[in-house]
Write a protein that binds this ligand. Structure first.
Ligand SMILES: NC(=O)c1ccc[n+]([C@@H]2O[C@H](COP(=O)([O-])OP(=O)(O)OC[C@H]3O[C@@H](n4cnc5c(N)ncnc54)[C@H](OP(=O)(O)O)[C@@H]3O)[C@@H](O)[C@H]2O)c1
Length: 239
């Protein structure tokens, strides 16, 4: 999909990968919708990012998600692309995983994405040109790593939803794809529910990608409409 002048929603746009993607999409002259819970942050950012619009929503809240999609649709009259980027980690062994915490990250990483997809699908079906949906997965669905099982499980579920939807929605001209980041320098590890590794332990583990390099892959996924787009560091590791 050509990005210029398109209406593109990015969830989790108050920081990290989502913010880098929103900035890059704006540079490519898209109308970008910044979605996150931190109202003040996204409102300030929308004043700095050309052609952007801030909408507060908790992506765990089904009603808030539907309201956000309908607010964007009323504002622009169409939604060309949805980037489901908001997410949280849970890096704990299977044995120690707290079930309420797991339910909570599943709500955000999986149920919230499904709800947002269900809210935009009828709108994309009814407009000329259909639409593009890009869901942000993780390289942890491409290898088994101890202590990240609960988080990886949510992203495996997201992969299944995304690749199935891609087949189901092709007839409606809705192209669904996945982007697989690897370890990226953001607040993700600070925000991760973690019991078995400290933030500084993890930071020492390996070189990290920048949020900007992942944002380039998100732009690539929208442009090429490919099913699966990997960051370069992951591609090299999978060889
Ligand atoms: N960083 C990595 O190493 C890495 C690797 C692989 C995959 N990923 C994936 O990449 C995506 C972005 O991660 P990141 O590294 O940019 O993380 P981050 O720095 O922690 O940013 C997370 C973003 O999501 C938003 N968010 C969190 N909970 C939310 C909720 N309930 N409702 C709405 N927005 C919410 C946050 O904003 P508010 O707090 O303002 O709501 C923030 O904008 C995630 O899906 C993550 O799983 C990251």
């Amino acid at each position: 999909m050509e990005i210029k002048n398109k209406v593109i929603i990015v969830t989790g746009a108050s920081g990290g990968i989502g913010l880098a993607a929103a900035k890059l999409l704006s540079e490519h002259e898209a109308n970008v919708v910044l979605v996150a819970r931190s109202t003040e942050k996204i409102q300030k950012l929308s004043e700095q990012i050309p052609n952007s619009f801030a909408v507060t929503a908790d992506m765990r809240d089904e009603i808030a998600i539907r309201q956000m999609i309908s607010q964007v649709h009323s504002h622009y009259g169409r939604i060309d692309a949805l980037v489901n980027n908001a997410g949280q980690g849970m890096h704990v062994s299977i044995e120690n995983a707290n079930l309420d915490q797991f339910r909570s990250i599943f709500e955000l990483n999986v149920v919230g994405v499904l709800a947002a997809m269900q809210a935009v699908i009828p709108l994309m079906c009814s407009q000329t040109g259909g639409g593009v949906i890009v869901n942000i997965s993780s390289g942890l669905t491409k290898r088994i790593v101890p202590t990240v099982g609960p988080y990886a499980a949510t992203k495996y579920a997201l992969n299944a939803i995304s690749l199935t939807a891609r087949m189901e929605l092709a007839k409606d001209n809705i192209r669904v794809g996945l982007v697989y980041p690897s370890m990226t320098q953001t607040d993700f590890f600070k925000n991760t529910i973690s019991r078995e590794m400290t933030h500084s332990d993890r930071m020492k583990m390996m070189p990290m990608d920048t949020a900007e390099s992942v944002a380039e892959k998100i732009v690539e996924a929208i442009r090429t409409e490919e099913a699966e787009v990997y960051v370069e560091s992951l591609k090299q590791g999978m060889k």
